[in-house]
Design a protein around this ligand. Structure first.
Ligand SMILES: Nc1ncnc2c1ncn2[C@@H]1O[C@H](COP(=O)(O)OP(=O)(O)OP(=O)(O)O)[C@@H](O)[C@H]1O
Length: 466
């Protein structure tokens, strides 16, 4: 092969990789171009990718899946397909507890429509859920939803852009884990759709009620509240610690980060072995002097104190055997995404060795190094960077972080009620069986209660499969 041909082959290969991620060499001025550029249909890679599906293969998959649908899945499948096929335009909210086959339904509908040459855009609110959808992406990346949202936000989709063309031609949008995203994200997306398509869908939904929790699910509390919930979910911790997979299917959920940290510190202290401490290196983002804050007051110690959602703490303490959760999408194709849980087996100076225990790559061994992270939390008004391992300890996790996980034992600890629509539903639907669910609700005096404020339907408890 001549060096010219070799160069062309390399460029084709690079172009193919870029196309898988909805870019091409044409998007980069500095890159050499292909001799015969692949302009594709409509000169739009997003549409090109949607029309790449092999109709016969989709038909086979569709037949396989439809034949297996249970009656409830079939009902939803037929209702949705009828509306899409007739171009009627509608919105469906498909409600189902964890593991009852929602993703299976999305797949079936996607195969069916794709086998007919229709376009289905599959998104999920979290990275961990989107890898389970055929051709899935996070809602943020697919719709250009801003990381920092306000009431007036719009998505970063320009009229006439490739993304706008795709949305105009789309027959169905499937949004998995929808309740777990800030409502401003939907409002931003709706505004954007109105802008590029002149349409309006959906009506506001809201509601709040007191939900009485059945006795068999409640934890009878002593005065050691955290000890009680830990014992309910991680019984006889010291004896069971060496049992393979003991931690794999268990987690305690709580509404806020401070409570989650308290539980994690408690369990960490119970575990045998030497604790290793990893400190981050924090710095103000360069050139970010427009925040209206006198930067002379922002000391390193001040930055170190900042704790926010989606960001590891300045001080990370772990031991061998500890369960951790990734806080960034590192390599989605290898199952290393935001929300993946792992168990630490090596605590090196610059790398942490861990085994994946959730998602698509269970059992894989990975080594994680430090990375530079910036907060995406809208409540953090200072732009700063933190160089730290991109994970947190996760015997307990926030309800929001638990989306996409299906577990055998879930402890829900509510020292204060859930605070956003759908949160209690998400927490409870993480568990596979009613027997695996334990809830501890605490009043202002630290005493166990039997009810909590909620914004979903009480029937949820009657229909968890036993
Ligand atoms: N009708 C079906 N026939 C065969 N297998 C099914 C069917 N429905 C679901 N499953 C299987 O059950 C398991 C759980 O289903 P699925 O992942 O679709 O649930 P889910 O409701 O999306 O869960 P979660 O809320 O946790 O995301 C999967 O392995 C799926 O393949």
């Amino acid at each position: 092969m001549s060096s010219e041909d070799l160069k062309e082959s390399c460029l084709i290969e690079v172009d193919n990789f870029l196309r898988e991620n909805e870019k091409s060499l044409e998007d980069y001025e500095c890159m050499p171009k292909l001799k015969e550029p692949n302009s594709g249909i409509f000169n739009n890679i997003l549409l090109e990718n949607e029309f790449k599906y092999d109709y016969d293969e989709m038909k086979i998959l569709q037949d396989e899946h439809v034949g297996n649908l249970n009656s409830e899945q079939l009902f939803a499948y037929e209702a949705i397909y009828k509306v899409v096929d007739n171009g009627l335009g509608s919105m469906f909210f498909v409600d189902g507890y964890g593991g009852t086959g929602k993703t299976f339904l999305w797949k079936t509908i996607s195969y069916k429509l794709r086998s007919k040459g229709k376009i289905v855009v599959n998104v999920a609110s979290s990275g961990i859920a989107c890898i389970l959808l055929p051709g899935g992406k996070t809602a943020h990346s697919q719709f250009g939803i801003p990381l920092v949202l306000t009431k007036e936000s719009c998505c970063q989709i320009d009229k006439g852009s490739k993304k706008a063309q795709l949305l105009i031609m789309t027959n169905l949008i499937i949004w998995d884990e929808a309740p777990m995203i800030n409502k401003w994200a939907f409002e931003a997306f709706e505004r954007t759709l109105q802008d590029i398509m002149n349409g309006k869908i959906g009506i506001p939904e809201d509601g709040e009620s007191i939900v009485e929790i059945p006795r068999d699910i409640l934890i009878q509390s002593s005065r050691n509240l955290i000890g009680d919930i830990v014992e309910a979910i991680y019984p006889n911790l010291l004896e069971n610690i060496s049992v393979p997979d003991f931690f794999q299917d268990r987690a305690i959920l709580a509404p806020t980060l401070d409570v989650v940290e308290e539980i994690n510190d408690y369990v960490l202290a119970l575990m045998p072995g030497d604790a290793k401490e990893y400190l981050s290196c924090d710095s103000i983002s360069k050139g970010d002097d427009d925040v209206g804050v006198d930067l002379r007051w922002i000391t390193t110690e001040f930055l170190n104190e900042i704790k926010c959602s989606g960001m590891p703490n300045h001080k990370l303490i772990i031991k061998v055997g500890v369960v951790i959760m990734l806080l960034r999408n590192i390599d989605v194709s290898s199952g290393l995404c935001n929300g993946t849980r792992l168990i630490v087996f090596h605590t090196g100076i610059s790398v942490i060795g861990a085994k994946i225990v959730t998602g698509t790559n269970i059992g894989d061994i990975v080594y994680i190094s430090r990375m530079s992270l910036v907060p995406s939390d809208a409540n953090v008004s200072i732009s700063f960077r933190r160089r730290q391992f991109p994970f947190c300890v996760c015997f307990a996790m926030t309800i929001n972080k638990s989306q996409g996980q299906t577990l055998c034992h879930v402890g829900l600890y509510l020292p204060r009620p859930v605070f956003t629509h759908g949160q209690l539903y998400v927490a409870i639907s993480r568990v596979k069986t009613r027997a695996g669910l334990k809830i501890l609700i605490v009043d202002d005096d630290g005493l166990a209660k039997t009810s909590t404020v909620n914004v979903v339907y009480p029937e949820v408890f009657q229909r968890i499969y036993r």
